[in-house]
Write a protein of this length. Structure first.
Length: 140
């Protein structure tokens, strides 16, 4: 289960909405080994595409090095889908390289409703997990 502070949830959704119609992407870092997302890091979608995202390699190197220096790791890796459901595509699955991360997808296809889901992706296997905000409410 992904435990997420309501403010972090809101920041992910706001980033996804702001970058629409392109996919948004980013990371929430937390203390290594803690599974506790704490530091929101919006990143640039180097593709600037409504159907695909890719971290800018220079920015990703800098962010990952900074996390390492701070004793952090990527707890959440998020991106948005602009026209499809919040479920990992084949490309998303093939690029999932952090087996301990929560992969959050937000669908912005409906301007009135936000679909927010989290998955574990390891060795090509996708497992959906519940998302709970810190006040105990479960998002579906």
């Amino acid at each position: 289960m992904l435990m997420l502070d309501p403010a972090l949830h809101a920041k992910i959704v706001a980033h996804a909405r702001a970058d629409h119609p392109d996919e948004a992407c980013g990371v929430i870092a937390g203390p290594a080994g803690s599974d506790r997302p704490e530091r929101f890091i919006p990143m640039l979608n180097a593709e600037r595409s409504p159907t695909f995202y890719r971290f800018d390699s220079t920015e990703q190197f800098r962010v990952w090095r900074e996390m390492d220096e701070r004793g952090e790791e990527p707890i959440v890796i998020y991106h948005s889908h602009t026209a499809t459901e919040a479920y990992p595509s084949r490309t998303d699955i093939s690029y999932a390289s952090e087996p301990d991360a929560h992969y959050v997808l937000v669908s912005t296809r409906d301007p009135e409703q936000t679909e927010f889901r989290s998955f574990r992706i390891s060795d090509g296997v996708v497992t959906e997990e519940d998302v709970a905000v810190t006040d105990g409410a479960v998002l579906e």
